[in-house]
Design a protein around this ligand. Structure first.
Ligand SMILES: NC(=O)c1ccc[n+]([C@@H]2O[C@H](COP(=O)([O-])OP(=O)(O)OC[C@H]3O[C@@H](n4cnc5c(N)ncnc54)[C@H](O)[C@@H]3O)[C@@H](O)[C@H]2O)c1
Length: 459
């Protein structure tokens, strides 16, 4: 069978590629990571685990200060790990981008949000690339990990790097794309255990990037023919999730009308050993990836005159879920207590976008809070991971709200509780026992005792 990775740039390198390869293979290369967030910090630690000297750069000086003191701000990464690497001087956090001159590989993990018009915002990638270009030296490998549309690495980054530095990709420096598949809060898979797709701008870039990631991942790289293909792989994975979550959210609303429990349906359907993969309904999408990434492809498709109907429809259904949950709450309050939402005391459990993380970006909790506020409900929240709602561009009105205690007294004061995020460390039986009404969007109360079932509404 022929090897699918055949797109080879026949460039003659001006640098010693074999020598560089050896440094990545034997762990003597210096790695620079730009953007020390949910992706960049775990990657830095994984590079340290693979014996690489690692320099971590971030524009957020408060993050650098914490890391310098050996403190982590990402749930899965323990302080001991960071402080161990910092003490050994294996990990050097810095705000000085010029330090990256020392790095043999520069890995970019900066945000890729949408603009307020829901179009790709590449400003972080572009400004980072411009800064790298001013320091770029022959023999460096530059890898983009941020999620983006196909063409970003070769059509956006390469011209900036080449024009500003006067160096040529594939000859003087090497450029690749390797999407991050980090799943924050998932203890089963970590940065170093998830296979990594790699696409290079030419054969040398691919070989060098693979050598680096193979050392970090113990050989689990998946080469593809180009950076654009690797960019498309990442978007495909996330679009697949967004579409399937939308499908199951739609089925939830239909089965609810038919008095069928979607959760029971999924449990039974997933016993089919082939051709079915379970996805679960919820209060809407959240996080920095699934609600955003599909629209990177929609934008690119529009440039080519193509409409992405599946993506748009999935977005429409998923975005409507907070309204569905609020509607179910209003209905239940009316039916059970003849009470309107106006003036009702509602406690949300969980404002993080998914369980066991502190990340509130794009969380559907805020859309629910906005809808409830519009109805003049009296809202509060409890989240063991979020003491206070951090600054958010989209929902400034909730910034600074504090998590309240999950006590019997607090629960019994509420007209209803909505389980938005099913964090593991919450005693849901206790919640049900002390509440008068629970709207459960995550099936957290699937094992509730008979005394509580009357109070529970799945939504
Ligand atoms: N969070 C995830 O689960 C996840 C998973 C896969 C892929 N991704 C993708 O990875 C990328 C990063 O996501 P994240 O969740 O780590 O974001 P994040 O916001 O947690 O981290 C990004 C970091 O980059 C820093 N930064 C911003 N501009 C910078 C600059 N010019 N120079 C240096 N640092 C800069 C920020 O201060 C922040 O610390 C995004 O493209 C995202 O879509 C994220």
């Amino acid at each position: 069978m022929s090897n699918p990775v055949v797109q080879i740039a026949a460039a003659t390198p001006s640098v010693d590629v074999a020598g560089l390869l050896e440094k990545f293979e034997n762990g003597t290369a210096v790695i620079g990571v730009i953007g020390l967030g949910y992706v960049g910090l775990p990657l830095s630690c994984a590079a340290c685990d693979a014996d690489f000297q690692t320099i971590g750069f971030d524009v957020d000086s408060s993050k650098i200060e914490k890391l310098e003191k050996g403190k982590s701000y990402i749930g899965n990464i323990h302080n001991d790990r960071v402080s161990g690497f910092v003490k050994k001087q294996q990990f050097r956090p810095t705000s000085d981008l010029a330090t990256l001159m020392q790095a043999d590989a520069v890995i970019i993990c900066v945000p890729t949000p949408l603009t307020r018009y829901r179009e790709p915002d590449l400003s972080y990638i572009i400004s980072t690339t411009e800064q790298i270009a001013t320091h770029l030296r022959p023999g460096q490998l530059v890898v983009l990990e941020s999620t983006t549309y196909p063409g970003t690495t070769q059509d956006v980054m390469r011209p900036i790097l080449e024009e500003k530095s006067g160096l040529k990709s594939g000859e003087d420096f090497f450029l690749a794309y390797s999407p991050e598949r980090e799943d924050p809060g998932n203890l089963e898979f970590t940065t170093s255990s998830i296979p990594k797709v790699v696409g290079g701008d030419g054969e040398h870039a691919l070989a060098l990037a693979q050598a680096f990631y193979n050392r970090v991942l113990g050989g689990k790289t998946v080469p593809v023919s180009s950076p654009a293909t690797a960019e498309a792989v990442k978007l495909t994975e996330n679009i697949f999730r967004a579409v399937n979550i939308a499908l199951v959210n739609e089925l939830k609303t239909i089965y609810d009308r038919l008095d069928i429990d979607i959760w029971e349906v999924i449990e039974a359907a997933k016993t089919k050993p082939f051709g079915y993969m379970p996805f679960y309904p919820g209060p809407g999408l959240g996080g920095h990836c699934i609600p955003i990434d599909p629209f990177y492809l929609s934008w690119k498709a529009r440039e080519h005159g193509i409409t992405t109907r599946f993506i748009e429809l999935a977005g429409e259904i998923n975005i409507s879920m907070p309204a569905y949950v609020t509607h179910k709450l209003g209905e239940a309050l009316n039916e059970k207590f003849a009470k309107p939402l106006n003036g009702a005391k509602i406690l949300l459990i969980g404002v993080a976008y998914k369980k066991n993380v502190a990340d509130v970006r794009e969380s559907p909790a805020f859309a629910i809070m906005e809808l409830l506020k519009a109805q003049q409900a009296d809202i509060s929240f409890h989240d063991p991971f979020v003491d206070e709602i951090p600054p958010l561009r989209e929902h400034p009105e909730f910034v600074g709200m504090q998590s309240t205690a999950l006590t019997a007294e607090n629960l019994s004061m509420q007209d209803a509780v909505i389980i938005v995020t099913d964090h593991t460390d919450i005693d849901y039986d206790f919640v049900a026992a002390h509440s008068s009404l629970v709207i459960d969007t995550r099936n957290a109360l699937k094992n509730a005792d008979n005394a509580s079932t009357e109070k529970i509404v799945k939504a």
